[in-house]
Design a protein around this ligand. Structure first.
Ligand code: SAM
Length: 352
């Protein structure tokens, strides 16, 4: 019965393409709307109502024909993105997916298992955007600095499998608790492993979990020593110098490159820092290391940066210091989107 209605709708919309008279087009659109209304509420075809309304409300024949073409395209079946589940025939509907490179996000998503208790966590909107844009359902996401489990909570919520690694036993315990608070509606696997992501045996993790390759990697390292996460000497927040921090990130970049599927993304989330009266462009320096490990740069997003807990009641003091010291107060961080292009690995030598 539904397939009859489908054929009927397609043939009626197709007939609009040949009409010259807008009044006649409106009458056809009304007939289609009657068909659409007769569909059960859970019918997959219901969405076409919006497209038909656009035809009905068009002021000119040209406009109506334009919308008729769009409707026919979307009825021809989903046109899935190569590395996501979005239907490109219905791209207008993904209003929540950001495509601009400047993100001003006013409020952290605190729904479900998300909370802001872990000092140094990122807002859930970051992994939400990356997971939905760059993976399909049931694919595998790697988070090399799991922290409080924000990425893995988003994995559960969006039906992706996830492996998180963190060097701190406290972080592992916290993230496991947080993740368990999120309902596993899609029955995906999410696992947090304690370890140093620079040294850990990825091959073994992948074998143990039946993972051939990861389809997305999210790297949210400490911004070197801005927040000290633990006393562990292998913790990146305890690296003795920027050089050592960057060296570790380069090694990590190479490891992640090897475990990522071709054509997929590694996402680096990082901010800059001040040291000795100088702005250290940690974001760009780390980006360079990842590019040197083989990745191509796909995009740079600049995102507003909320005051950390330590700074929140000191806003005025920071303003005073900035005016006195001729510097600017950090209000942004970066999201670098790096692509693993097939056969494009380029490793710099130490001399370079
Ligand atoms: C910026 S936080 C990540 C926060 C996380 N995105 C979240 O939303 O909770 C960085 C994390 O990296 C961890 N870490 C530092 N050095 C590490 C290393 N060598 N290997 C694995 N984890 C490390 C820290 O314990 C900390 O939890």
């Amino acid at each position: 019965m539904e397939s009859n209605i489908y054929d009927n709708i397609v043939s009626k919309i197709s007939s609009i393409l040949k009409k010259q008279d807008i009044q006649e087009i409106r009458e056809i659109a009304d007939q289609i709307l009657i068909h659409v209304e007769s569909l059960p509420d859970d019918s997959e075809l219901k969405y076409i109502r919006e497209d038909v309304l656009k035809i009905r409300e068009s002021l000119s024949q040209e406009r109506a024909v334009h919308y008729a073409r769009i409707a026919l395209k979307s009825l021809s079946g989903p046109k899935r993105g190569k590395i996501n589940d979005m239907d490109m025939n219905r791209w207008r509907e993904y209003e929540d997916i950001i495509t601009d490179s400047l993100w001003i996000i006013k409020r952290r998503d605190r729904s479900g298992a998300h909370n802001a208790n872990y000092w140094g966590n990122f807002i859930p909107q970051i992994p939400y955007q990356m997971i939905n844009r760059y993976t399909k359902k049931n694919e595998w996401v790697l988070d090399t600095f799991a922290g409080s489990g924000t990425t893995l909570i988003e994995c559960r919520r969006n039906g992706r499998n996830g492996i998180g690694i963190d060097i701190s036993p406290d972080a592992v315990e916290t993230s496991e608790k947080n993740i368990e608070n999120e309902e596993n509606r899609f029955n995906v696997k999410t696992k947090v492993i304690r370890g140093n992501s620079i040294k850990i045996d990825y091959k073994r993790i992948m074998e143990e979990n039946g993972i051939e390759k990861f389809q997305l990697a999210i790297l949210h390292p400490p911004y070197w020593d801005i927040i000290k996460f633990s006393d562990d000497t292998e913790d990146l927040s305890n690296m003795p110098s920027t050089k050592e921090f960057l060296r570790s990130m380069r090694i990590l970049g190479e490891k992640v490159y090897d475990v990522l599927e071709d054509g997929r993304m590694a996402v680096l989330v990082i901010g800059d820092k001040y040291s000795g009266g100088e702005w250290i462009p940690l974001g760009f320096l780390t980006m360079n290391e990842l590019m040197a490990s083989g990745f191509n740069l796909k995009s740079i997003v600049v995102k507003n940066y909320d005051l950390t807990r330590g700074k929140s009641n000191q806003e005025e003091l920071w303003r005073y210091r900035a005016l006195m010291g001729n510097f600017y107060v950090f209000k942004h961080e970066y999201i670098f989107i790096m692509e693993k292009k097939k056969g494009r690995r380029y490793k710099k030598t130490e001399k370079e």
